[in-house]
Design a protein around this ligand. Structure first.
Ligand SMILES: [Fe+2]
Ligand SMILES: [Fe+2]
Length: 400
């Protein structure tokens, strides 16, 4: 599926220019002649980007953008990325008074980016200043911006989810799954606001306050995760100590243990179905996206600790590269893949022992036997062999 770009442009000869200049094998172009048509096309075609390059006959660009955001606030999940050429100052002014505009629904924050400055923060609109229309460089500059937006990790992920939705089509049997994916798209953007409390409490700096805020937030939105997070952190710490990691690394692992499944939050309905383990092939495609989602969310919250980000992103990476994401394997998986094993230990325990959400419960013999079997079978393929051996030693000691 090609990225779809909706261009707000009524003039036919201008439209022709976009069509010739933009590589049509790469993008599919849509046009809308006025603001009303822009809004309708967003609802029906779900474009990835909307480009405002000139003024429209029926309403100012600023009004159209406000209405796009209002549509999203009302629950419409397909928020296109808005690219605005701000030759006139109105657009910039409107986006700069973003807080009053957006606090009404307290839902979306626009991080404006002037002159294409790169920010790791969430960005739903980009204001650009490109060379004058009469210059040949105009369309080239626009094309670069569009390319850049589409390559951002967040947009790549959004597009993957849109593709899954597209594959599902309209058939009634897929309705539930489809709506879970759509609410993921919506939440993925919403969470930045809900999670702002984490940033305010110092998530960026491995702080206890942020951890507390996270656990409170998770308890409210996805209770099962709270205890799984804590126990994963604790198993990680134990294994890390046994492997002789430095205290700073252990600390990092502890935070990663708590935050590792943060990427499940925008799709908590999906992940709360305990049948995730016996899920069908169609749904299985969505599972691998949560570690990347987690990384993007943490980055959006201001976490810059690249080791912590890599830990979260790689918590389902297999030693032989067969896990997800596949970009991690062998030594590129941080801290000997301890998190992967700690996570497995707790998942097996919770599944086998049907542990209520709010309980601390030791490993039972049944779980231990199962986990050992996994470690023996997949040590050196899925699991880092040293970490797998350490986990076996731990379980033996535990069992004794
Ligand atoms: Fe997990
Ligand atoms: Fe996970």
């Amino acid at each position: 599926m090609q990225p779809t770009i909706l261009i707000a442009e009524g003039n036919n000869s201008h439209r022709q220019l976009y069509t010739t200049q933009f590589d049509n094998n790469r993008y599919s172009l849509l046009f809308a002649g006025d603001g009303k048509e822009v809004l309708q096309t967003i609802l029906s075609q779900h474009p990835d980007i909307v480009l405002f390059d000139s003024s429209l006959p029926d309403m100012p660009n600023t009004t159209v953008i406000e209405q796009i955001i209002a549509q999203f606030n009302d629950g419409f999940p397909y928020l296109p990325h808005v690219v605005v050429n701000s030759a006139e100052g109105a657009v910039r002014k409107m986006l700069e008074r973003k807080e009053p505009l957006l606090s009404a629904g307290d839902s979306v924050r626009i991080e404006t980016i002037l002159h294409s400055n790169v920010s790791p923060d969430y960005e739903i609109a980009r204001i650009i200043t490109v060379p004058d229309k009469s210059s040949g460089a105009h369309l080239l500059a626009l094309r670069d911006v569009i390319q850049d937006v589409l390559q951002s990790p967040r947009y790549v992920l959004v597009r993957e989810v849109k593709e899954l939705i597209h594959e599902l089509g309209d058939s009634p049997e897929n309705i539930q799954y489809r709506s879970q994916l759509e609410s993921f798209l919506h939440e993925f953007l919403f969470l930045n606001i809900k999670f702002r409390v984490l940033r305010d409490m110092g998530l960026t700096a491995r702080s206890e306050n942020a951890l507390f805020a996270y656990r409170t937030l998770v308890e409210e939105h996805m209770p099962t995760l709270r205890w799984h997070s804590r126990d994963t952190a604790e198993y990680s710490i134990t294994l890390a100590r046994m492997m002789g990691l430095e205290s700073d690394e252990i600390d990092q692992l502890r935070y990663a243990g708590y935050y590792h499944d943060i990427g499940q939050l925008p799709a908590r309905e999906f992940y709360s179905m305990s049948e995730v383990f016996s899920i069908d092939d169609k749904r299985r495609k969505f599972l691998p996206l949560h570690p990347r989602t987690g990384r993007i969310l943490l980055e959006a919250l201001g976490v810059t600790d690249t080791d912590l980000l890599a830990l979260v992103e790689s918590h389902h990476a297999n030693y032989n590269g067969s896990g997800y994401p596949t970009t991690f394997f062998r030594d590129s998986i941080p801290m000997h893949g301890i998190l992967r094993i700690a996570e497995m230990i707790d998942s097996v325990k919770r599944k086998k022992q049907h542990i209520p959400d709010d309980q601390r419960m030791p490993l039972e013999a049944d779980s231990i036997a199962h986990i050992k079997q996994e470690l023996h079978r997949y040590g050196g393929t899925f699991f880092n062999p040293d970490a797998a051996n350490t986990a076996l030693r731990y379980l033996d000691a535990y069992h004794a």
